[in-house]
Design a protein around this ligand. Structure first.
Ligand code: AMP
Length: 515
């Protein structure tokens, strides 16, 4: 039997791990690095590059180098997040069919799953080179707060990369599995996961081989990249003040600034002051101009303070959802490269009233947890039981644009729930079911996962027919089957074509919650 690999498909970096002789280990790539930049590029002569090779040439080839595409996966083109990304990325983000996001690189158009697939294929290759055998099966991690579309797209990326994705696992849950590996204590653990592009907090209870997620919360558009952006804004303002030149709109200068900002941020985790020197960043009639700025830790902390406080508000919400108070938490574990920033560590420590656990490597722990879960799945090891939750409420749009929740967030998965709905008009023969995920009471403010039309309702007065809508969420936290059955008043004899005809002929109304 071949090995199952665990892949942490990160916004900024990715990591792959495997369990060998019962011990998990991270697999280094050909360059000896344990993490690989989640970057893809096409060079001027048409060569495709992934990982470190793509990163190394990013400055001189900014428009054809894609980074942080995980921030776009499974999102609609007109979403706020995508529009925000368009403003700040040097590569071209365009609209595809069905409001999908496409990325143009050197005249070629790619979907987000394709771009993630490039990274996954690279991680697969790294593992195959190390193990000396083909690898087929993998567990791939995603931020706990990813919705159904983002999870499905990640699964598709795995398929494109030639992997059989056994499970989509939440990153903080993976981290908890790694932390709990070979530990038999009963404890409540908080996983604070701040990576390059996403933030998650999960509260878990661990005891005797059972890992149960109590609650999770997060933000899939907040991470280290936002810290970098704040520093870039600061540098742009400083340069404009000193030299009178606005560097916004200069793709190469922006890429250099971004790289320098990230480096300074990382330096400031260990030092009080960082020097940022970018010679020949611009030029005008009076010759070349150089950027030279000193950034100290206090200034950085001022620039990102509100982001860190925002994460703590999310922590509070998660604790409330789980009915847990800080004094009940036994361990706080930091995951994600961005938790190396002292301000993050100090504020988290203050919030929980205890120093975070230092025993795990924040860059590697997620891939290790994924490898552990992979091995458990193939060996059918029943010494480990993992109970995860759905991060977002699932429901449907009802009459008047309201959102009717069928499955509340933080419900343990797998789960199956159903509810009876009815019509809003006399003799209505079809209803449109719009499936949504989110927390707003207003349907339009939540993410639309899909819509379908249920026909064949026998003529009746409004409010009389009963439409039973059921949802299944599997252990991947993806929806597998959408049950549609009309329990009362159904003719049950309409063919798909007839249903299609109804769609065309009839103005459809949203369904209404039956009292
Ligand atoms: P991850 O997604 O977990 O790989 O986290 C990547 C993020 O962590 C990026 O935004 C990095 O800039 C950031 N990061 C990595 N090392 C450090 C460090 N020493 N100090 C601060 N941030 C870091």
């Amino acid at each position: 039997m071949g090995h199952v690999i665990g892949i942490d498909l990160g916004t900024t970096n990715s990591c792959v791990a495997v369990l060998e002789n019962g011990q998990p280990s991270v697999i280094p790539n050909a360059g000896g690095y344990k993490t690989t930049p989640s970057m893809f590029a096409i060079t001027q002569d048409g060569k495709r590059l992934v990982g470190h090779l793509a990163k190394r040439q990013a400055i001189t080839n900014a428009q054809s180098t894609v980074y942080a595409s995980k921030r776009l996966i499974g999102r609609r083109f007109d979403s706020e997040e995508v529009q925000r990304a368009i403003d700040v990325t040097p590569f071209s983000i365009v609209e595809g069919p069905n409001e999908d996001v496409r990325i143009e690189v050197s005249g070629k158009t790619f979907t987000c799953p394709e771009l993630s697939a490039f990274i996954l294929r690279e991680m697969k290759r790294v593992a195959e080179e190390y193990l000396g055998e083909p690898v087929q099966e993998a567990v791939v991690t995603v931020p706990a707060h990813f919705n159904d579309a983002q999870r499905q797209c990640t699964k598709d990326a795995g398929k494109i990369a030639g992997l059989d994705v056994l499970r989509i696992l939440n990153e903080p849950t993976a981290a908890a599995l790694a932390y709990g590996f070979n530990r038999n204590e009963e404890e409540k653990v908080a996983i604070y996961d701040l990576g390059g592009g996403t933030f998650d907090i999960s509260i878990l209870e661990m005891s005797d081989g059972v890992v149960e997620v109590i609650a999770t919360a997060g933000n899939t558009f907040l991470g280290g990249e936002d810290f970098d952006r704040r520093i870039v804004e600061h540098l742009l303002a400083k340069f404009q003040e000193q030299e009178g030149i606005d560097l916004r709109g200069d793709a190469m200068a922006l890429q250099r600034l971004k790289d320098a900002a990230e480096k300074a941020k990382c330096d400031l985790s260990a030092r009080e002051v960082a020097e940022i020197n970018l010679p020949f960043i611009a030029s005008d009639d009076s010759g070349p101009r150089h950027l030279s700025v000193e950034l100290d830790r206090a200034t950085l902390e001022g620039l990102v303070h509100d982001i860190v406080e925002g994460t703590l508000k999310t922590v509070e919400q998660c604790m409330q959802d789980g009915g847990i108070t800080v004094d009940q938490i036994d361990q706080v574990i930091l995951v994600g490269g961005q938790t190396r920033t002292p301000l993050v560590q100090n504020r988290v420590a203050e919030h929980f009233g205890k120093r975070p656990h230092k025993g795990v490597n924040p860059d590697e722990v997620v891939a290790i947890g994924a490898a552990i879960q992979g091995e458990t799945l193939v060996s059918e090891d029943d010494n480990l039981l993992l109970l995860d939750v759905t991060p977002l409420s699932l429901g449907i749009a009802t009459f008047g644009g309201h959102f009717a929740r069928l499955i509340e967030r933080n419900t343990t998965v797998p789960v199956c729930k159903s509810h009876i709905f009815t019509t809003t008009r006399d003799n209505q023969s079809a209803v449109k079911i719009r499936v949504l995920q989110g927390e707003s009471e207003t349907a339009a403010e939540n993410d639309l996962l899909g819509e379908f039309v249920l026909g064949g309702i026998r003529p009746a007065r409004k409010g009389e027919p009963e439409v039973d809508v059921g949802f299944d969420i599997d252990a991947n936290d993806t929806m597998t089957g959408k049950e549609q059955s009309i329990t009362v008043n159904a003719t049950g004899t309409l063919s798909d074509d007839e249903i299609q005809q109804i769609i065309e002929e009839q103005e459809l109304y949203e369904v209404q919650l039956k009292e």
